[in-house]
Design a protein around this ligand. Structure first.
Ligand SMILES: Cc1cc2nc3c(=O)[nH]c(=O)nc-3n(C[C@H](O)[C@H](O)[C@H](O)COP(=O)(O)OP(=O)(O)OC[C@H]3O[C@@H](n4cnc5c(N)ncnc54)[C@H](O)[C@@H]3O)c2cc1C
Length: 399
């Protein structure tokens, strides 16, 4: 579907073409063409003073070519030459869905100077086929170009499902893909399954994390979901065989309006938090900002990152980049220590995938103990200094 033009009213003034953010309106000498890039945003309708443009009425019934879509795709994200862990997780989850549905699992790998070992790695995590688009224009991520390419690939090959990581990259360009294809997208899923009819069951926290909602997309294809990193387990199968297909696309797919001048690697704590093996998080139980030094000291001793509840962030004791939870980071370290954190559902959804959870709270009924592997019912101001002292003594550091 795209915007409709009434040629009798159109004066070919060009105002709509200048205003269109998708670059979907082309002018010729005597008429205006609207391309498939139209996202139905309606900006052209508002700018046309002659009332020549309108939006089609939204259809509620199913698209008539649903059956022609087949197969499950995973957008394979990578950084600095390494496949991102979320792609391993999605391929492992996608493998189960593809087996249940009896279809192929494919990975889509975009970039410049991609190594063959990356495709092989995607195969070992479950892909049957890897579609590779390797061009110099793809050296740096661009919303515009990456979405055009994925849209073109989908139009050609028609997968029934597309999965991507709910990372800053996935969150940034996957909605564009969904809008261009006029299909649905469920963002930030924490669970995926397949119904007997082939509907992707996309589960994510809703209403402030108080319920888990399962969402389906029955009338459009592909069914699209972004999935939070670290909520699914990666499963590697060495020796898997698969196919690598290098895809050529029209030149216009590689043309963009953004020029990357410089790339500055992220150095702040946020990146450290999601990659860390050990996280020590502090909550409102710390009573004041200065007391975060207790958390920092303990985290430093165990080579861990410092996390926080939103309670502590809202008090202004620590920057938001440290926040774990629904509106913060999702983490799944080997060890997560929650100190003076109550364990509200919005915090739990961000950390309950951790392998071992240690909770320190003076209230024995605090909900954090429901998910804790080890619970310490104690005043944190007694426990943490004693624990730090003990670690130092065990290491012969003499405190
Ligand atoms: C839409 C929405 C999104 C949200 N997103 C997030 C999110 O991403 N992350 C998040 O964390 N929260 C989030 N929240 C907020 C969440 O509901 C809680 O309010 C928040 O997690 C509470 O933080 P807290 O546990 O540190 O504070 P509190 O609820 O005040 O709990 C403090 C805990 O410390 C204990 N304590 C106090 N003193 C001591 C002591 N001396 N020794 C030991 N224990 C002590 C108390 O017993 C208590 O259990 C969100 C809320 C909403 C509505």
């Amino acid at each position: 579907m795209k915007a409709l033009i009434d040629k009798k009213k159109c004066t070919v003034c060009g105002v709509c073409s200048d205003a269109c953010p998708a670059g979907a309106i082309e002018l010729s000498e005597d008429h205006v063409e609207i391309s498939d890039d139209c996202t139905l945003c309606g900006i052209c309708v508002d700018t046309c003073e002659f009332g020549a443009l309108s939006l089609p009425k939204a259809g509620t019934g199913p698209a008539d070519d649903l059956e022609s879509y087949r197969g499950i795709w995973v957008y394979a994200e990578w950084r600095e030459g390494e496949v991102h862990r979320v792609s391993h997780e999605l391929l492992s989850a996608g493998r189960k869905l593809a087996d249940k549905r009896g279809v192929e699992l494919c990975a889509v790998l975009l970039g410049s100077g991609l190594q063959a070992s990356m495709s092989q790695e995607l195969i070992s995590y479950g892909a049957d086929t890897v579609f590779v688009v390797d061009r110099p224009e793809l050296a740096h991520f661009s919303d515009e170009i990456y979405s055009k390419i994925v849209v073109e690939l989908i139009r050609r090959k028609k997968p029934e499902i597309l999965l991507a990581g709910a990372t800053s990259t996935g969150r940034s360009f996957i909605p564009r893909v969904a809008a261009s294809l006029k299909t649905g997208l469920t963002a930030d899923c924490t669970e995926l399954d397949m119904s007997d009819e082939g509907l992707l069951l996309q589960t994510r926290p809703a209403f402030g994390g108080n319920i888990m909602a399962t969402i389906v997309c029955p009338n459009r294809r592909p069914q699209m979901a972004t999935v939070r990193p670290k909520v699914m387990k990666p499963v590697k199968r060495d020796g898997r065989q698969g196919r690598i297909e290098s895809v050529s696309l029209p030149e216009e797919c590689f043309a963009g309006r953004i020029e990357v001048l410089e790339v500055i690697p992220e150095k702040d704590q946020t990146a450290r938090l999601t990659e860390a093996d050990v996280i020590v998080s502090g909550g409102r139980g710390l009573r004041k900002g200065e007391n975060f030094s207790l958390i920092e000291e303990l985290a430093g001793l165990v080579n861990g990152a410092v996390g926080a509840s939103r309670g502590a962030v809202e008090e202004g004791w620590i920057p938001p980049s440290h926040q774990v939870g629904q509106t913060g980071r999702t983490v799944a370290p080997t060890l997560y220590m929650a100190v003076g954190i109550a364990g509200a559902i919005q915090h739990l959804v961000g950390m309950q995938g951790s392998q071992v959870i240690v909770a320190v709270n003076k209230d024995p009924h605090a909900p954090i103990f429901d998910v804790a592997t080890y619970g310490v019912v104690a005043d944190l101001f007694d426990f943490v200094p004693a624990f730090v002292k003990r670690i130092r003594r065990e290491r012969g550091e003499g405190a």
